[in-house]
Unconditional design. Structure first.
Length: 711
């Protein structure tokens, strides 16, 4: 056990195997000493019958252990399983866990759920970046089984002289195991207890001692695990840093950061926009590609097939005479300017994320230097990108299956390492679903081997199975279909799906309210309130969310007719934005981000529990974190045009609230305070004032008999 190889993925292993010596903290000598105090020789595990315990339905486990579970540093990992044996014997077990390559630690399994369901669980905390491993070991607990039977006979008034002698032998065996493990104090205590249990002259006290908690605990510290069953797979956890699990993202184009109308912005100009985003409380500033843009077949404004003089082209048409994926567009500045930008971001407490778009313009140096890295048509020309009826002659896809694929893959890895060396630890990956799965699994693994702190966001608006598989391969976060989920029923259905095990164990949603590619219909037809509604939903339904600005905070809603694409799209032209506009959503966004920072339940990739409201236009949900942070209740009016009201029903017992007490609801968004009583209470939200409430749960005890509850 403990090896990770392809057999774990391809074979169908038994659910259990015998625990091998050395697989846990009980070492070989302790196992050899599992015989009686009279000196029974050590058993060879090959001579023992198969383990009696069954271990199955382990959670979390992704695709039979083929893929890692995801957690962030400091997170709790709760492992549960169905563990049982035939008959009525008591079973015991542990969860084994360790950072890869280190010694195993253990935490005892405890029963969970309803009695008799054979479900057990234990949890541990992960404290370092990298790969962690875990498994389960369980055994028939002879001493606990004996103790249970003894108690039943005593309750029935039956004689137990023979049973006490059996117990004495079991305790003597435990003493031998304690001695072999170097636990001499326990060994002496257990030897003395064994002698007293065997002493018929102590008949009055033997039974009391046999059932004492102190003896139970001493024996439990030295269990007989010679016939323990070990779960057949060693499972993995990819432990990432906090930013992989939570954060507020702000996307903007540096070339549109100039204060001079129509002028091409620079990275120096973008430093002001960086401070602007930081002041709103964003954690990550994401830049679309900053590389040289090709001249050949350059697109014009609004994706026109041909550019006019002065049109800057699409940043995703990467590569020109000035360089490729490791160069900065000359109009933006130099690599030194970029280094200065990253340093300034660090001073402001913000991280810089770069777009990772693995494609080339016809002018990219690789086209000339490595034509074999591209697909060629029968006439010898290179195949450009197409999405019929659209043609993207300004972009050449890379051929990841070319004869020289190894060199190509390594070149792309070096691109990632180049930017890591310049301080970039977050990458938003463009269209990963159009590149081979094997490439991403390899690239992410190779990157994290040196830099486990790197975060990858998958921009994959694609089929559900493909989106989920990319997350399994190692992407830290994923774009989702949130952009197109607007109604109450579809929001509930979608987020119930995202937060169910095992999906939530490997897929972390990053909810972008808009992108340069997508101006959702809800934002096109709605009002200022429509932007506020989508912001509240994005910022409170997931630990990570993002907006593309300044169009979002300026409530830009003009789209191309019949399309989800911005009119005068910034993808194809330089724009000038009045970020100081008085009607900007900046104060609202700043408040939302402050509420997120002050409430771990909103930042956590934790639970979302939808609560009933008798109005289809009002959505309400509780956000909770595993570290007992105060729950947060979010109530949103999904109608941007009209006030909506209804009765909300809270699960008072789950919240620890008394149905007979009045409790106070403190709205962190509007700062209002409301007195509620019982589970069913009235809400009304007018989008002209605020489309949402964000309530925080607190409890304050005044006296032993009087409680005030705060939400």
């Amino acid at each position: 056990m403990g090896r990770r190889d392809s057999s774990c993925a391809s074979a169908a292993p038994s659910t259990i195997e015998r625990a091998r010596p050395g697989a846990s903290r009980i070492d070989r000598d302790a196992r050899a000493a599992s015989g009686s105090a009279a000196g029974r020789v050590a058993e060879e595990t090959a001579d023992l019958p198969p383990p009696r315990v069954v271990i199955e339905a382990v959670e979390p486990e992704v695709d039979d252990g083929r893929f890692s579970v995801k957690r962030a540093v400091g997170d709790w990992v709760e492992v549960s399983a169905t563990v049982f044996a035939e008959g009525h014997d008591v079973v015991s077990g542990v969860v084994l866990h360790r950072q890869e390559g280190e010694d195993w630690s253990e935490v005892a399994l405890a029963p969970t759920g309803s009695p008799g369901n054979d479900r057990w669980a234990a949890r541990f905390r992960v404290g370092a970046l990298g790969v962690h491993e875990y498994s389960i070991e369980a055994w028939v607990d002879a001493f606990s089984s004996w103790r249970h039977g003894l108690a039943r006979k005593l309750d029935a008034g039956l004689g137990v002289h023979s049973e006490l002698l059996e117990g004495a032998a079991l305790v003597a065996n435990a003493a031998a195991r304690a001695e072999a493990a170097g636990e001499r104090d326990d060994a002496e205590l257990l030897r003395a207890a064994s002698a007293r249990l065997a002493d018929a002259a102590r008949d009055g006290e033997r039974a009391r001692m046999a059932l004492s908690p102190s003896l139970r605990d001493a024996v439990a510290r030295h269990p007989d695990r010679t016939q323990a069953a070990r779960y057949a797979r060693t499972l993995r956890i990819q432990v990432e840093r906090e930013r992989a699990a939570e954060g507020a993202w702000y996307e903007f184009f540096p070339r549109s950061a100039s204060r001079e109308a129509g002028a091409h912005g620079t990275l120096r100009d973008a430093e002001d926009r960086l401070a602007y985003a930081a002041a709103m409380g964003f954690d990550v500033v994401y830049l679309p590609p900053i590389h040289p843009i090709g001249e050949s077949y350059r697109k014009g404004k609004s994706n026109a097939p041909a550019a006019e003089p002065g049109d800057p082209g699409s940043p995703w048409a990467i590569g020109a005479a000035a360089g490729g994926h490791t160069s900065v567009h000359p109009d933006l500045g130099t690599l030194d300017d970029f280094d200065r930008f990253v340093a300034r971001a660090r001073e402001l407490g913000v991280e810089v994320a770069l777009d990772l778009a693995f494609q080339c313009s016809p002018d990219h140096p690789w086209v000339r230097e490595h034509p074999e890295w591209f697909r060629h048509r029968p006439d010898g020309t290179i195949q450009y990108a197409e999405n019929p009826p659209k043609k993207y002659q300004d972009i050449y896809p890379l051929d990841f299956e070319s004869r020289d694929w190894r060199a190509l893959w390594n070149a792309l890895l070096e691109v990632v390492r180049f930017w890591i060396a310049r301080g970039v630890l977050i990458f938003r990956v463009d269209n990963p679903h159009t590149k081979p799965f094997a490439f991403w699994e390899w690239l992410i693994r190779e990157t994290r081997a040196r830099h486990p702190e790197v975060v990858f966001l998958a921009e994959a608006f694609t089929r559900p199975a493909v989106l989920r598989h990319l997350a399994k391969l190692g992407f830290s976060q994923s774009y989702t279909y949130f952009t197109w989920r607007n109604g109450k029923d579809e929001l509930i259905a979608y987020f119930t799906e995202l937060y169910r095990p095992a999906v939530s164990d490997y897929l972390r949603p990053n909810l972008f309210a808009n992108t340069p590619d997508i101006l959702p219909e809800f934002l096109q037809t709605g009002s200022r309130a429509a932007f506020e509604i989508r912001l509240v939903l994005a910022a409170t339904l997931s630990g990570s969310y993002g907006i593309y600005g300044p169009p979002f905070e300026l409530c830009v809603s003009q789209a191309l007719p019949g399309r989800e694409e911005y009119a005068d799209s910034e993808k194809y032209e330089v724009r000038t934005w009045d970020v100081g506009a008085r009607d900007s959503l900046r104060p609202f966004i700043t408040r939302i981000n402050r509420i997120r920072r002050e409430n771990p339940s909103l930042r956590s990739h934790g639970r979302v529990e939808f609560v009933h409201v008798d109005n289809p236009q009002i959505l309400a949900y509780l956000r909770t974190a595993p570290d007992e942070a105060p729950p947060v209740l979010v109530v949103v009016n999904l109608d941007p045009n009209y006030a909506q009201s209804g009765f909300i029903e809270l699960p008072l017992a789950d919240l620890g609230l008394d149905a007979d007490r009045t409790y106070q609801m403190h709205d962190l968004l509007g700062d209002g305070r409301y007195l509620w009583r019982g589970a069913r209470n009235y809400v009304k939200l007018d989008p002209r004032e605020s489309p949402a409430h964000v309530f925080r749960l607190r409890r304050h005890v005044r006296t032993e008999r009087d409680f005030d509850y705060y939400l």
